[in-house]
Design a protein around this ligand. Structure first.
Ligand SMILES: *Cc1c(COP(=O)(O)O)cnc(C)c1O
Length: 372
């Protein structure tokens, strides 16, 4: 039950972004309707070109979702039945599902605390002669340690796929995430830093053959109508979503700057509380898809905040290895203790580019009152 408070702070509010864009988005959608080109075509090609330029990759292939981007990228790399793919133990389940959809086996590797990202130092011990690829996830908006991961992959002859569903626009070194590994998979799910008004996804890469194979795989295994070189899928970025994304891409850097400012305000406002705040190692970029704190009192804090009109979420409450979907892999509770303790302790605070200072101050004050 909510006690008399004046401010409601939702976890995320997409309507704020949409009101900023309303005219431009209407025009983009009308353009698609008037073109009557509803599958692939110019709108999709234009966005693919713009997103490739933005990410610094040579190629961009628009697909139906982030999960499809991951799945088709692994297939295009030749991952198949019996292969093993290194995945983080702490991630959204789609990372693992993509591996399973190829008939391959996800092999979890723990993160290094206090961070949330896969620990490159622990990867080597998980490699077998069946390991074919490393799937690194730039979780919550911070790029994984790609230099170490790519060096390790080179040493062992492995492919590297990046799950960039949460880090549109982030830099790693002097280049944006987009083509450090062999391929990068993106989601345009509406709440992501770059989100469509429905499902959408893409793969970026620099390898023309990989790009060509992805164009086939998303389109029934065909590049020429009714000629099928392999057994493909139907997973194409929708032209209406491509048009919307083209409008939103122009705002992405500004929105990410706003997220960074809000993360800074959380850091200052919550610095002397008992919460474990997210750390960004020197030299790292972070585009704050989520602002995730850790606390051993998550259930009581969540309820305390809800009672004060503050919505939070948990990303994610059950690690993939303990999900019913992965019972058959036989992982027991205790097998990945870091992921399991993160699942118990992580809490995501309200974060979206148009969150205003007064609302955020209310969140900060409510947390401070809890800690007192
Ligand atoms: C959102 C997300 C996905 C899946 O993207 P969809 O477009 O929802 O299929 C995959 N991995 C991570 C880390 C995500 O956050």
């Amino acid at each position: 039950m909510k006690s008399g408070c004046c401010l409601d702070v939702p976890f995320v509010n997409l309507a704020c972004a949409d009101s900023e864009l309303v005219g431009a988005v209407d025009n983009a959608i009308r353009r698609v309707v008037e073109s009557a080109r509803f599958i692939l075509g110019e709108e999709v090609e234009t966005f693919e070109r713009e997103f490739a330029v933005y990410t610094g990759a040579t190629h961009c292939i628009g697909v139906g979702s982030g999960l499809d981007a991951l799945h088709l990228a692994l297939r295009a790399m030749g991952i198949g039945p019996g292969d093993e793919v290194i995945v983080p133990s702490h991630t959204f389940i789609a990372t693992w599902l993509a591996v399973s959809h190829c008939g391959a086996i996800p092999v979890p590797v723990e993160p290094s605390l206090p961070g949330f990202l896969i620990d490159p130092l622990r990867i080597e011990a998980a490699l077998t002669e069946r390991t074919k690829a490393i799937l690194a996830v730039h979780l919550y908006g911070m790029p994984a340690d790609m230099d170490a991961i790519i060096a390790l992959a080179k040493r062992h002859g492995l492919k590297v796929l990046e799950d960039a569903a949460q880090c549109h626009g982030a830099y790693y070194g002097d280049r944006r995430i987009g083509a450090h590994g062999d391929a990068v998979a993106w989601s345009f799910y509406p709440t992501k830093n770059l989100g469509a008004m429905g499902d959408g996804g893409a793969v970026t890469c620099n390898d023309p053959e990989l790009a060509e194979r992805l164009r086939r795989l998303r389109n029934y295994g065909s590049c020429r109508k009714y000629v099928h070189e392999e057994r493909g899928f139907n997973s194409r970025l929708d032209p209406i979503q491509a048009a919307v994304l083209g409008v939103k891409l122009r705002y992405l850097d500004g929105w990410n700057a706003s997220r960074k400012r809000l993360a800074d305000r959380y850091r200052q406002g919550l610095a002397d509380t008992a919460l474990v705040l997210p750390e960004v190692p020197a030299g790292n970029d972070h585009v704050w898809h989520l602002y995730v704190i850790r606390t051993t009192q998550r259930a009581t804090l969540t309820e305390w905040l809800a009672n004060r009109g503050v919505q939070t979420q948990t990303h994610y409450p059950i690690p993939p290895h303990l999900q019913a979907a992965y019972l058959d892999l036989g992982h027991q509770r205790g097998a990945f203790p870091v992921a399991e303790s993160l699942a118990d302790e992580v809490l995501s605070l309200p974060m979206w580019p148009h969150l205003d200072d007064a609302a955020q101050d209310h969140v900060i004050a409510a947390i401070r009152a809890f800690a007192r």
